[in-house]
Ligand binder design. Sequence first.
Ligand SMILES: Cc1ncc(COP(=O)(O)O)c(C=O)c1O
Length: 391
Amino acid sequence: MEHLLSKRITNQRSSRIRELLRVTEQPGMLSMAGGLPAPATFPTELLAAAFARATTRQGPTGPVAWQYGPTEGTARLRQQVAAEHAMPLEQVLVTTGSQQSLDLLARVLCDDGDVIAVEHPTYLGALQAFHLAGATVIGVPGDECGLDTAALEAELRRGLRPKAVYVVVNFHNPTGTTLSADRRRHLVQLADRYDFLVIEDDPYGALRFAGVAPASMGGPAAPVVRLGTASKVLAPGLRVGWMSGPQPVIAAAVRAKQAVDLHTSSVAQLIVAEARAEVAAFGAHLDAARAHYAAQAASLADAVQRHLPGATFARADGGMFLWVDLGVPTEPLLAAAVDRGVAFVPGEAFSAPGADPATVATRARLSFATLTPCELDEATSRLAAAIAAGG
Ligand SMILES: Cc1ncc(COP(=O)(O)O)c(C=O)c1O
């Protein structure tokens, strides 16, 4: 039946990470590959209480949680996001996770071949969403301050005309970097001058355990769509995210979403809204999650220094990942590592089209989120053994 499939899906590669997740289910495997939040951070009591309140909330057509709802999102969650993003309500849309925000944006912005520029390397799920929508994705290099906006400007001067530039602004996946305040300003100037939209994806910003966050680029009149999600701060199984941005873009995304899923699960939206409304308990949960990830990040960084003295990396101030230069090609190393019971994601998995894959060939994304400190130590020692054995 494959001949019946569209060219679009036939050309769509399966996610290397999703494939890896299957391997990591083998017994005894220590996986630093997934981007999954630590189950220990799931606020189950907060969520259970939120569920109980959510399901008793009544609207004009009965219990809001069990009813169809507006495509834009339930009023309660939209209002919270509008307040947090300092945006008018009509510039906010609730989505089925940030992944859906990326999909909707690509659909409403891009005709076949239209360009979306991304930082190289970048989040694989964004590459997949943009590609499936028919966009041409172009990679622009980044460094320890995030997307190199001078390199982007040089490309724009040479004639690059993207519809959008996609950045993961805080604790980038996979590199862990945060886009500096100067570059954020520069990027918005470029967006104004060259007429493109900035997609500011920020799933990890609330997981900052050191340093100070630069301000968001978003605002009522900014050429920026700002994405948020409940996945890393509450639980990804809820599948609730949101975006705010220029009114015509949000209105177009609403029209696209009507065709995609009518609206995001009413019950899931209300659970998120009720949990966030418990300001003290939600704040305490976030503090605990940050403390958990800070300790985890330190454990992995220490283990890498202990077992892989030749490796280079920057210690994380937040998020879930270390982006480690192992000094050897990581794609061929993966099979040997898996044989020894450890998994990671090779840098090349995040390579953006048009960018030089050699710049990420010796990199590995190591997640410190889910393994215990003991397991992180053992995983890193297995990785060192795989490298010592010649990959
Ligand atoms: C940078 C980035 N954007 C978006 C997503 C998708 O998140 P969500 O669960 O909200 O769809 C992820 C998930 O790992 C991510 O790392």
